[in-house]
Design a protein around this ligand. Structure first.
Ligand code: RRO
Length: 308
């Protein structure tokens, strides 16, 4: 019998569950030098906003134990450039694209959602409501149930058609399950867990924060247990809500951990900075592990750690 690696991420049918993590592979051009983008379940683009942005002041990256801190601040070319240039290129590669969108206001999410209608090669939307690198913490929509709901409702009302909406949540909350429930009720087809954790590093020689804007988002293996916990809790409470899991996945075994916790697919981010082919190795390692453990399909393994 042939092994089935397919997954269904809230209506996005993907041949395998390995995606890039938003922000870690731009719009795919750099990675395409190393492997065909069609090898991935999907590519998740850097979050796109309405207007072009140069991002935050430098330095905006710092190494941390088993991780890294970033303070990019939503650098990007703006949605119209993205639609005119990056998306046609991705489509020409045959890539399945999940577009990540980010807004400063609820109305921004509405405008971006309208622009996402009927675009070639786009299989889903990741709605980033959790960027930690903004001037105003009130802009971290997913940190409050009301703003999380308002942003996702705006996307749902304006997207039209049946493009899956995946809401990306912040781990910097007391109860991530309540936020997941809120966005599901607002019309999200799934959730992406987790964005980076807000952190800081101080240079002890200079005796000042290493990042120009002081705080940044922590990613990498250091945050994996936090991410696995979030996936497990949300899957336990909302077993029918598809989850895109991420946070420090370096190996197929790490990806398997997220699948067992309840993720239907996973994103590989920080690992690809050190090794651009990380996602491809993780894909084959995960497929091998699933078969060694006796699973005939990926589906059977999703949430397997929840059994009694
Ligand atoms: O651009 C960023 O600084 C950034 C974003 Br949009 C995000 O969602 N998460 C992150 O760690 N950095």
């Amino acid at each position: 019998m042939t092994f089935s690696f397919q997954t269904d991420l809230g209506g996005a049918l993907l041949p395998n569950p390995i995606l890039t993590a938003s922000g870690c592979a731009g719009s795919g051009k750099e990675l395409s030098q190393f492997f065909p983008l069609t090898e991935l379940g999907a590519i998740v683009t850097k979050s796109i906003m309405i207007k072009a942005r140069s991002g935050r002041a430098t330095p905006r990256m710092a190494e941390t134990p088993s991780g890294m801190l970033n303070s990019i601040g939503l650098q990007g070319p703006g949605v119209d450039y993205f639609i005119a240039n990056d998306l046609p290129w991705l489509d020409a590669q045959g890539a399945r694209t999940v577009v990540s969108i980010a807004g400063e206001t609820v109305e921004d999410y509405a405008v971006l959602a309208r622009k996402m209608r009927n675009l070639p090669g786009v299989v889903g939307l990741e709605v980033n409501i959790s960027c930690p690198n903004v001037e105003n913490r009130g802009m971290v929509f997913s940190c409050q149930p009301e703003t999380a709901r308002a942003a996702i409702e705006a996307v749902r009302r304006n997207i039209g058609g049946d493009l899956p909406i995946i809401a990306k949540l912040s781990p910097d909350v007391t109860d991530i399950v309540s936020i997941a429930r809120e966005v599901a009720n607002a019309g999200a087809d799934g959730v992406a867990l987790i964005n980076t954790l807000l952190g800081m590093v101080i240079d002890t020689n200079l005796m000042l924060p290493k990042l120009a804007q002081k705080t940044g988002g922590l990613s990498g293996p250091a945050i994996r247990p936090v991410a696995v916990r979030a996936v497990y809790q949300v899957h336990a409470a909302l077993p029918d809500l598809p989850i895109l899991g991420m946070g420090g996945i370096m190996t197929g075994r790490d990806a398997f951990e997220f699948i067992l916790a309840g993720a239907s697919a996973v994103s590989v981010g920080t690992a690809s900075f050190g090794n651009p082919t990380a996602a491809i190795s993780i894909k084959s390692e995960l497929e091998n592990i699933l078969q060694e453990k006796g699973f005939a399909t990926l589906q059977e393994a999703i949430g397997y750690a929840h059994r009694n």
